[in-house]
Design a protein around this ligand. Structure first.
Ligand code: GLA
Length: 402
């Protein structure tokens, strides 16, 4: 019995060491840019280079955005040995040269594949080529892999994503693993040790609220996605994030709606992956995307998603516990009309079951910092009355008096 147990034990330990995801790649929600929302399949190496340039020149890199990710449709054919190649017309210099260019700007480089036989755009999927693809990405100096879920009939999601995790690990280069399975098999319940982030929903669209019929599928507006996220907050944390899909800021919604969308993604610890053409941004888009205080709420090291405290007359109240005893508070006016609210802070008496913390407004005084006007607005002992424009937010960091 003892003799049998020992080798089995060694095998168990070594297989555990082998089967893991790369640690410390996403201690705060990943930030970057992805080609899909704006360009879909109409991408090229020139666009990606210009986007990398713009990431630096616009100040987005300094604000914390780091990854440049090429989504679907970069693929050409597999070579005679089965290794995937880039589309030679759109990416004539090859992926390695592009990754090197992105790295030369002090940024990181990401790519896309699919667990099935084909990607959603009909390009070769990784099914049956997982180890080979992971090796190829590592050789190309890729830092981030988004892994989609089209053409996966009869494929088990846990098996498929775990297989790619192990393939990435075996290839040896730390690559952030972004799972894009749309939440179908509830990855938040099983993927904590598989991916660094997992999509929780179908695809987003550049609209505020509702569902858009796209024939064979439905696209979801920002707040329609938000409505499905509150119940998932306990599953996210440093190293493993719920992903309610990429940002639509700058893609057509008015600035107030973009501001609300961005604020709420910050509040719920969503990966902040830009989806607009950052080479040509309106000043108000840039101001939203580069709001360092709102980004700091998203990137807070505690890594706890906001809780939805409640809603009153179409104004929702969300609280996010922050490191050092502060909180972020966001009042979201979903209505098509402006709303005036009166805030008596002691009305908010609750204990957050995830952090175990309560703001204790009856005993603790906090200073108010308005994160969109940048103004100090007194403290939580005072009643405040504010009008929140339609489809906009009032967002504070409340700072504990020492
Ligand atoms: C799926 C994903 C999108 C995008 C497209 C590419 O729909 O959910 O985010 O990657 O595929 O085809």
């Amino acid at each position: 019995m003892k003799r049998l147990f020992f080798p089995f034990f060694i095998l168990l330990i070594s297989s555990n060491l082998y089967c893991q995801k790369f640690e410390n790649l996403a201690q705060t929600p990943p930030m970057g840019w992805n080609s899909w929302n704006k360009f879909a399949c109409d991408i090229s190496e020139n666009i990606i280079r210009e986007i990398a340039d713009a990431m630096v020149s616009t100040g987005l890199k300094d604000a914390g955005y780091e990854y440049i990710v090429i989504d679907d449709c970069w693929h050409g054919k597999r070579d005679s040995l089965g290794f995937i190649q880039a589309d030679p017309e759109r990416f004539p210099s090859g992926i390695k040269a592009l990754a090197d260019y992105v790295h030369s700007k002090g940024l990181k480089f990401g790519i896309y594949s699919d667990a099935g036989r084909k990607t959603c755009g009909g390009r070769p999927g990784s099914f049956g080529h997982e180890y080979q693809d992971a090796l190829q990405y590592a050789r190309w100096n890729v830092d981030f892999l988004k892994y989609d879920w089209c053409e996966t009939e009869n494929i088990n999601p846990i098996g498929a994503y775990t297989l790619m995790r192990d393939a990435l690990h075996a290839a040896g280069r730390p690559i952030l693993f972004s799972m894009c399975e749309w939440g179908t098999s509830k990855p938040w319940e099983w993927a904590q040790n598989v991916g660094h982030m997992w999509r929780t929903t179908g695809d987003i669209s550049n609209c505020f609220e509702g569902i858009e019929d796209r024939g064979t599928w439905h696209a979801l507006c920002a707040l329609t996605i938000l409505d499905t996220q509150d119940s998932l907050r306990k599953y996210a944390g440093p190293g493993h994030w719920n992903d309610p899909d990429m940002l639509e800021v700058g893609n057509g919604m008015p600035a107030n709606e973009d501001r609300a969308h961005f604020s709420m993604w910050a509040m719920i610890c969503a990966p902040l992956i830009l989806g607009n053409d950052i080479r040509n941004m309106a000043p108000e888009t840039k101001a939203i995307l580069e709001n360092k205080e709102v980004i700091a709420v998203n990137q807070d090291k505690l890594g706890i998603q906001a809780l939805k405290y409640g809603a009153n007359d179409e104004v929702e109240t969300w609280f996010k516990p922050l490191k050092n005893g502060d909180w972020a508070v966001c009042f979201l006016n979903r209505s098509k009309e402006d709303k005036t609210i009166e805030i008596l802070w002691t009305d908010y008496a609750f204990t957050d079951e995830i952090s175990g913390r309560s703001p204790n407004f009856d005993k603790t005084t906090y200073q108010l910092k308005n994160l969109w006007t940048n103004e100090e607005e007194g403290n939580t002992k005072e009643i405040i009355k504010k009008t929140i424009p339609s489809r906009d937010v009032l967002m504070y960091r409340i700072i504990k008096n020492i």
